[in-house]
Design a protein. Structure first.
Length: 151
């Protein structure tokens, strides 16, 4: 990664994080991975501990920590790779569908702080059940909406 200009404390921290990042090491070829797809700006490889066989991680080659950290054009390129991987899973593994998710920040389960999307092949009755479903009480949905509505 090239840094133009002054090496500020913030940039030093970022440089350290990149040097310690296991996904950057895979992207740079320092750690092996089973690469599903690669282009100039993105990479996809098999998750080492898959939820189902074919579970693929898709990420930008440049180090960004999370969703908000990542510029729109990089996100768009990453999503195009997610789409290619999804197509390959359907065409070549015969899966009937797949989940796409991203754990954004540690509280949401993000362990590796380099943005990545999980693409999980799904089969009929595969038993992968993810989330509970709640019900709003009277007025609760409106209260939440008034806080998060974007004008
Ligand atoms: P997160 O919880 O950060 O969204 O997901 C990290 C994922 O990376 C996990 O599913 C984990 O199995 C996978 N992973 C962690 N270390 C490695 C590794 O060295 N190689 C590969 N291929 N996957 C990894
Ligand atoms: Zn990284």
């Amino acid at each position: 990664m090239k840094f133009a200009g002054k090496l500020t404390p913030l940039r030093l921290i970022k440089l350290f994080n990149i040097m310690a990042c296991i996904f950057c090491k895979i992207i740079n070829g320092e750690i092996p991975a089973q690469v599903v797809y690669e282009d100039d700006s993105t990479m996809a490889f098999l998750d080492i501990n898959p939820h189902s066989f074919g579970h693929t991680l898709v990420m930008p080659k440049k180090h960004f920590v999370n969703f908000e950290d990542t510029p729109g054009d990089v996100l768009a390129a990453t999503m195009m790779t997610v789409k290619k991987v999804g197509r390959s899973l359907k065409d070549n593994l015969g899966v009937s569908g797949y989940n796409v998710y991203e754990n954004n920040d540690p509280v949401a389960g993000q362990i590796i702080p380099h943005l990545h999307f999980h693409v999980i092949p799904r089969h009929e009755n595969d038993g992968l059940e993810f989330w509970p479903q709640l019900k709003y009480g009277v007025g609760e949905a409106e209260a939440i909406l008034s806080k998060i509505k974007i004008n």
